[in-house]
Design a binder for this molecule. Structure first.
Ligand SMILES: Nc1ncnc2c1ncn2[C@@H]1O[C@H](COP(=O)(O)OP(=O)(O)OP(=O)(O)O)[C@@H](O)[C@H]1O
Ligand SMILES: [Mg+2]
Ligand SMILES: [Zn+2]
Length: 458
């Protein structure tokens, strides 16, 4: 076998014949690494004209034929928040990538899920990072109770894992993590992009041919040499991100890609000393610790997939004593949208932010992308600037147009219902949504047409 060097970007997986500081494909710097790989045999490759010696034919199926193919078989994992993010349960034969920063709780989540899964099927948990003794200790600490169908292995040998999967026929296979796996059949260094990509390809084939559902853990890591999960996203069926703020115990599971469901759903968990527990009522935790009577704080009923979640928005407006360009910083909210809303407030309502630095934060690690949040963000900006607290028990939603008009948004009734359920007494909504609200009892609802109407009532 002849070997040669290729240069692979660890961010996007692009291959080039020579090294450079910047990837020509994705534009990342210092992500190109040398990998040694085998030279393909002469005469290989795919002929475009067809080859008479090919005796295999494809099995064809009519799109209209009513067979079981294409109908996904789903299993409830026993963890409702995960099932929700997966689109209603784990699909048989699917390949799911879970990635997230070191220590965020990927192994903990999978170990806990597997405990529950082992009671309804067979689980094979392969760790390339911990010994079986360590995994057992962790399971004990977390109080994971498993059936005898929970099998453990500590290995980094992809070929052996595939062989053992063939022998033991688990329903669910866990690979923790994909970066630790190597195959002898891939002539590249361990943890190289090629190695990680080929191992993932092999797992995809395994999932599709045997029907085993596979979770692989992928580390998010920018230091070269290790394949960024971006490379893997194209291969797998579903990409889940597990995120949270270091200081906070709350973790959010989010689908970035899902061949079997929507990517709008989030799962919310809380990390405790007994591991992760589900948070079926995210509004309560998103609002916990909300200070009363403080300016710059509003509550927005966000739609996170199928459910409404009350979200706290915080704005701090601080006079910039040195003049110059004011800062606009935002966390969990689009910075351009923030600048636009500030411009609309200045132009249409006469509030001057030009001498203020503005900091916006969406509490609890949520990311808000809905235009429906405009009104709550604008009210938080107004409240911060005037140093006037928004009345307790009030929520707001509505899209703001460039003319300062408040525009209708979708799913108004669900947003109002969630605010009511959480004990809110007042809600400000676009006037155009008023007619669509069937149930107007139990909460004071005010429909508004423009920014002036909003602020005169606050
Ligand atoms: N032995 C322990 N005792 C107490 N807490 C622990 C212990 N081990 C882990 N934890 C807690 O659980 C958290 C999640 O750990 P876990 O190993 O599940 O994360 P991970 O995402 O798999 O990390 P990595 O990328 O390092 O594999 C840790 O940040 C830590 O707070
Ligand atoms: Mg881990
Ligand atoms: Zn690249």
């Amino acid at each position: 076998m002849k070997l040669k060097s290729i240069y692979v970007c660890s961010e996007c997986g692009a291959v080039s014949p020579k090294w450079s500081g910047k990837c020509a494909d994705c534009g990342s710097w210092n992500t190109i690494n040398e990998e040694v790989t085998a030279v393909p045999k002469k005469g290989g490759g795919i002929s475009a004209t067809g080859n008479a010696s090919v005796s295999r034919l494809l099995e064809l199926s009519s799109l209209n034929s009513d067979t079981d193919e294409g109908k996904e078989i789903r299993v409830k994992t026993g963890t409702g928040e995960l099932d929700r993010v997966l689109g209603g349960g784990l699909v048989k034969g699917s390949l799911v990538l879970i990635s997230g920063e070191p220590g965020i709780g990927k192994s903990t989540l999978l170990l806990q899920i597997c405990g529950a899964l082992s009671r309804i099927g067979k689980v094979l948990y392969v760790s390339g990072e911990e010994s079986t003794a360590q995994i057992k200790m962790r399971a004990k600490r977390l109080g994971v109770t498993a059936a005898d169908t929970f099998l453990l292995a500590s290995s980094t040998d992809m070929d052996a894992v595939i062989a053992v999967t063939g022998n033991t026929k688990p329903d669910v296979l866990i690979i923790d993590s994909i970066q630790t796996m190597t195959s002898e059949n891939v002539p590249s260094a361990p943890a190289s992009v090629t190695q990680v990509r080929e191992c993932t390809h092999a797992l995809l084939k395994l999932a599709k041919s045997s029907g085993v559902s596979i979770f692989i853990v992928g580390h998010v890591n920018k230091d070269g040499g290790i394949a960024g999960p971006k490379v893997l996203e194209h291969i797998v069926d579903t990409v889940l991100y597990f995120e949270g703020e270091r200081q906070s115990d709350y973790r959010i599971l989010r689908a970035e890609k899902n061949r079997f469901g929507s990517t709008n759903e989030i799962g919310v968990f809380e990390m405790g000393n007994k591991g992760l527990s589900e948070v079926p009522n995210p509004s309560a935790i998103m609002l916990s610790g909300r200070p009363a009577g403080v300016s710059g704080i509003t509550v927005f009923p966000a739609m996170e997939g199928g459910r409404a979640v009350l979200t706290e928005i915080q704005v701090l407006a601080a006079k910039n004593p040195y003049g110059g360009t004011p800062r606009r910083t935002s966390d969990g909210f689009d910075g351009n949208r923030l600048s636009l809303l500030i411009a609309v407030l200045e132009k249409r309502a006469g509030y001057a932010f030009s001498v203020c630095d503005v900091y916006l934060n969406i509490v609890g690690g949520l990311r808000i992308t809905e235009p429906a949040s405009d009104l709550a963000v604008a009210a938080a900006l107004f409240s911060a600037l005037c140093d006037r607290a928004i009345p307790d028990g009030m929520a707001l939603f509505g899209e703001i147009g460039l003319g300062g008009e408040i525009r209708a948004v979708s799913r108004a009734a669900e947003r109002v219902a969630e605010a009511k359920r959480m004990g809110f007494t007042r809600i400000i909504v676009p006037n155009a949504c008023m007619n669509g609200l069937q149930d107007k009892t139990g909460i004071e609802i005010r429909g508004v047409n423009n920014l002036q109407e909003v602020f005169t009532g606050l």
